[in-house]
Design a protein around this ligand. Structure first.
Ligand SMILES: [Zn+2]
Length: 414
């Protein structure tokens, strides 16, 4: 019989993830949260019936969730070269290392939306079986793109509606938790055009139909206004980037309020990949010897549109685009920094987005994302108080996965 576990912390996030419970204890039975109590209410003989860990002066949050990862991409300036030329064995070793780093940073759930099938599915299974350490993973496997389209080197290439539907079915057969489609070109691929759509609305609609037929969600990469419009019309469930590039460079942006209103009505989600842009901005300031996080003029235009989407009621998720240059697999916290610093959000709204909201968006709201009785005990402890200063949310000092410590006071245990 395994003992109950108790984790005490100076600050424990409440169920709603909008305030601290001071000096509270989280009591765990097996892998689930049983109750949350003031530390002073613990029975005197608790240590006889449970394994008690006092994590000390930390802020205990639900484990962080990132909805946008490429597990086998190197997150370096050479990420494109690596993705194009590495063997599956090299990519697998990268992915194994990256997933351990993510977990030890406090990101206990990740949705991978674009990695080679021969890497993504075995890594997910190895984590599930306990062979290697890593976060709970939902994986799409290979994205679906046009020939020579965005990320073709780790995608399934399909050009016709029939081809796209077949590619969806193939991913389902391999065990995909969701489908990823590249609805426009992207920056990461020299032969793709980020200002133009890759698929017609009709093709996207058929892909949505097919995913819905087997009961899994479909997410789409979109950098162009025409692409966002087509994805919204087709009923895509989660929009990745959702940028508003115009077909022609002048003016460069083409915001469509009617499309946003429709998106809000549908209740679908947007991953603005804002942490990735933020980390890239910090890096460029640093290399120029400047301090601060001021956005460039071109980023400013984009941020203005994100604020308009926010005001219109769009629901945002986390999603760093882990694996791209400036987006390391242990860097999820930057999403929260950007929401606070660039979008003017309260720290609690940002913390809620990286936990509760994103768990709902990826269909795991009944499993993780809150410190609440009945949910899986995935917890991340941060030194300092991220609700007072969001930059205190960075690399977790202690991490609990399904009730077990995998990192304790900076010491890694897996
Ligand atoms: Zn991506």
């Amino acid at each position: 019989m395994s003992l109950r576990k108790v984790y005490l912390a100076k600050r424990v996030a409440n169920e709603a993830v909008d305030g601290w419970l001071d000096d509270h204890a989280v009591i765990i039975d097996q892998d689930r949260i049983e109750s949350v109590l003031p530390g002073s209410h613990l029975p005197r003989d608790i240590a006889e019936n449970a394994e008690v860990h006092n994590l000390g002066d930390v802020s205990l949050l639900p484990g962080l969730i990132d909805a946008h990862c490429h597990m086998h991409c190197s997150a370096t300036a050479n990420a494109l070269q690596h993705a194009m030329t590495d063997t599956d064995q090299q990519l697998t070793m990268r992915a194994v290392t990256a997933m351990r780093r993510a977990l030890l940073a406090g990101t206990t759930t990740i949705r991978d939306i674009g990695s080679r099938n021969d890497v993504a599915f075995p890594v997910r299974e190895a984590i599930k079986s306990g062979t290697i350490p890593g976060p709970r993973l939902l994986v799409s496997g290979q994205p679906i793109t046009i020939t020579a389209g965005h990320c073709w080197f780790f995608s399934s290439q399909a050009d016709t509606t029939e081809g796209v539907v077949k590619a969806v079915r193939t991913q389902v057969r391999l065990g995909a938790d969701l489908i990823k489609v590249m609805a426009t070109g992207g920056m990461f691929t020299p032969t793709a055009n980020p200002a133009r759509p890759q698929y017609s609305t009709e093709t996207l609609r058929e892909a949505v139909e097919e995913a819905e037929r087997v009961g899994i969600p479909i997410v789409a990469h979109t950098l162009a206004a025409e692409g966002v419009q087509r994805c919204v019309e087709a009923g895509v469930h989660h929009h990745i980037h959702a940028r508003w590039r115009a077909r022609d460079p002048d003016p460069s942006l083409d915001y469509r309020p009617d499309v946003v209103a429709r998106l809000v009505d549908l209740g679908h989600w947007v991953d603005p990949t804002i942490g990735h842009i933020y980390r890239g901005t910090l890096a460029s300031h640093q290399s120029a010897g400047r301090s601060g996080s001021a956005a460039s003029a071109s980023t400013d235009g984009h941020l203005e549109l994100l604020r308009r989407m926010d005001e219109a009621g769009v629901r945002f998720t986390s999603g760093l685009d882990m694996g791209m240059p400036h987006a390391p697999h242990d860097g999820t916290a930057a999403n929260a920094w950007a929401f606070v610093d660039w979008m003017g959000w309260s720290p609690w709204r940002a913390l809620r987005t990286l936990t509760r909201a994103t768990s709902e968006a990826i269909g795991l709201g009944d499993t993780v994302g809150q410190i609440k009785p009945g949910l899986v005990a995935d917890l991340a402890a941060f030194d300092g108080d991220p609700a007072a200063d969001i930059r205190q949310l960075d690399i977790a000092s202690s991490v609990v996965q399904a009730g077990d410590l995998v990192k304790h006071n900076q010491q890694t245990l897996v």
